[in-house]
Design a protein around this ligand. Structure first.
Ligand code: FE
Length: 255
């Protein structure tokens, strides 16, 4: 499996405290069948700043350390960028790193309580630059839970989204799990990733999430989620079904 959202680098944000904690996380990932992890430290979220250069250096050091300890997991660079009006300027100046530093995808995080009014235009402008925004964990955003039509509009206009594996398996409670299911059922999300920060209360749960998706939605939908991270890294088109408004289609009987 590939995990495209993970706080595995130590000392850069609220992920692991030291390199041995990172090492243990990578070991756990390998045991769970994850062979590639895109390290996505927080950037510009009011607490942490991790520009591209820092992340590239930390990823290189971590890969050396994993090889030294014969852990068969490859770390690739990435970044979780808190939405802000200067993203494109910072991209021009070299502070933003796309997923794997070679795809057009960038992870965009909204504040947990709301969606800024300028987000719609920004998501559009990001795409005009030839970049592909992936909105991370929309299922945990209060405004999107209350008004999922906002997300529908973003996806219809070309944004991708990523639900967190822990949400799918119920680690953030029933309400968030239900909303994750609704997003999957309405084709409003394209990736599942761990957003793991440690091995305890914010662990991977990626295999469990795929299993639950298979049980709830069938193997075709599970395949889409398993396959999309591979397509992303291979530079191929992401599988994207036509989005629907939440509660308006298929699987209607279930919800
Ligand atoms: Fe994250």
């Amino acid at each position: 499996m590939i995990d495209l959202h993970c706080h595995i680098l130590h000392g850069v944000d609220d992920g692991p405290a030291n390199r041995d904690a990172s090492l243990m996380m990578a070991k756990k990932a390998a045991e769970e069948g994850i062979h590639t992890i895109i390290a996505t430290p927080h950037h510009k979220n009011e607490k942490y700043e991790n520009p591209k250069e820092t992340i590239l250096q930390e990823v290189a050091k971590m890969n050396d350390y994993l090889r030294e300890h014969r852990i068969d997991v490859e770390i690739l660079p990435g970044q979780e960028v808190r939405v802000n009006g200067d993203i494109l300027q910072e991209y021009e100046e070299g502070g933003i790193v796309t997923l794997a530093d070679r795809t057009p995808f960038i992870l965009i995080e909204f504040p947990s309580g709301h969606v800024p009014r300028y987000a719609e235009k920004l998501l559009y402008d990001i795409q005009l630059k030839g970049l592909m925004p992936i909105i991370v964990h929309p299922e945990r955003n209060q405004e999107l839970i209350e008004n999922p039509d906002i997300l529908y509009k973003f996806v219809k206009n070309g944004a991708f989204t990523q639900v967190t594996a822990g949400s799918v398996v119920g680690k953030f409670g029933k309400k968030i799990q239900k909303f994750s299911d609704q997003l999957i059922a309405s084709s409003l999300t394209h990736f599942v990733a761990s957003d793991a920060h440690n091995e305890t209360n914010r662990a991977f749960h990626l295999g469990e999430a795929y299993n639950r998706i298979k049980k709830q939605f069938g193997s075709d939908i599970e395949y889409l989620f398993q396959e999309n991270p591979y397509l992303l890294l291979e530079g191929k088109s992401i599988i994207k079904e036509i989005p629907e408004r939440v509660g308006k289609k298929k699987f209607l009987g279930i919800f």
